[in-house]
Design a protein around this ligand. Structure first.
Ligand code: AOF
Ligand code: ZN
Length: 331
């Protein structure tokens, strides 16, 4: 196995933390001794312990002289836990391979420097693009002060979300709806506008995957909300936020969210798109046609020129039951 293959393994472990570790990044770590994997770790729920600490604990003495593969630069700061760079040095690791530098100002290169000063061979940039994609939420929070935002739309073939009188259950099939829950699970929060919260009383939780860390429920509204279920095993904390799109996203970033999943409604979706805040689109398209009198998926964007329309790049397509799943990223 080469460096890239071991890093892919570490990225696979990192993925287990998505949606569970905010405000921290989901990091993975693999420790390899003579081609044998002696330790595996990933960032734990709530963001600590860090991945390296878990992998080192599993490796024990076998970490001496080994290579550690980490999807993010090991931290160098005394935060809520001591620096992972120190832990790697103390364990006697001979080589560290990292995917990318940590943009957190408390780290940003110092982790790699500490390792090198201790005589450890350091290689960086292995599978960097993949690691950036995995850590996009954390990177967006640190560099732009707001969470990464995914907008989900489940529509008819012609982009409608309900008939003229509001009937919308169900346009897409049960397999697509289960897939939505899996996507909620890898986000820190599920967000809807006040109109949707009042009209649909959506659960905004993850169902059908056993006991999970439930996402925060964010409702964007300055009005009184309907009674929604209290926080508990089946529902995450409920946050009501108002304000313009930029301000509300900054507010969510300052509260530590890194990955937000917006499920409508159309007015909120339009305001986020207009403000250029949507990083990822996920669509579920059903083979049903509702026509021009059906309700559109987004409100008006006020566009007059095509050149001003928000554009996204297709990165994934999949058949899910009878429906089409597609995922797009902002360039
Ligand atoms: C790592 N491995 O698994 C993670 C890292 O508040 P603290 O002490 O937990 O530190 C949080 C910072 O540590 C976070 O902003 C990021 O820079 C880094 N996260 N680092 O070496 C990990 N999750
Ligand atoms: Zn650390």
């Amino acid at each position: 196995m080469n460096d890239a293959q071991h890093m892919d393994h570490a990225l696979g472990l990192a993925r287990r933390g998505l949606g569970n570790v905010w405000p921290n990044p989901a990091v993975g770590c693999v420790i390899v001794q003579d081609g044998r994997i002696v330790g595996r770790g990933w960032t734990q729920p709530g963001g600590r312990p860090h991945a390296e600490v878990r992998a080192l604990a599993q490796a024990g003495d076998a970490a001496r002289g080994a290579t550690a593969y980490v999807t993010l630069e090991p931290c160098s700061h005394f935060g809520k836990t001591p620096p992972c760079a120190n832990a790697l040095i103390a364990a006697g690791v001979a080589r560290v391979v990292s995917a990318m530098t940590d943009p957190d100002p408390r780290v940003s290169g110092r982790g790699h420097a500490m390792l090198r000063e201790a005589g450890i061979e350091v290689t960086t940039g292995v599978r960097e693009a993949q690691a950036r994609a995995m850590q996009q939420g954390f990177l967006t929070r640190v560099m732009q002060g707001r969470p990464m935002l995914t907008l989900k739309l489940a529509t008819s073939f012609d982009g409608r979300i309900a008939t003229a009188n509001g009937e919308s259950q169900w346009i897409t099939g049960p397999a697509a709806r289960r897939h939505v829950h899996a996507l909620r699970m890898i986000h820190d929060a599920v967000m809807v506008g006040g109109g949707t919260a009042r009209a649909d009383r959506p659960g905004l939780n993850v169902r059908g995957f056993g006991s999970v860390r439930q996402p925060v429920r964010v409702v964007v509204s300055s009005d009184v909300l309907p009674d929604l279920p209290p926080e508990g095993a089946d529902h995450g904390p409920l946050w009501q936020v108002g304000g313009d799109p930029d301000a509300l996203m900054t507010e969510l970033g300052s509260r530590g969210l890194t990955r937000v999943f917006c499920e409508g409604g159309g007015v909120l979706a339009a305001s986020l798109l207009r403000a250029g805040l949507v990083d990822q689109l996920v669509g579920y398209t059903a083979g049903v046609v509702l026509g021009g009198d059906g309700r559109p998926a987004t409100g008006e964007l006020g566009l007059t020129r095509l050149a001003d329309a928000p554009r996204f790049r297709l990165v994934e397509t999949r058949r899910i039951g009878p429906d089409l799943f597609h995922r797009w990223l902002r360039d």
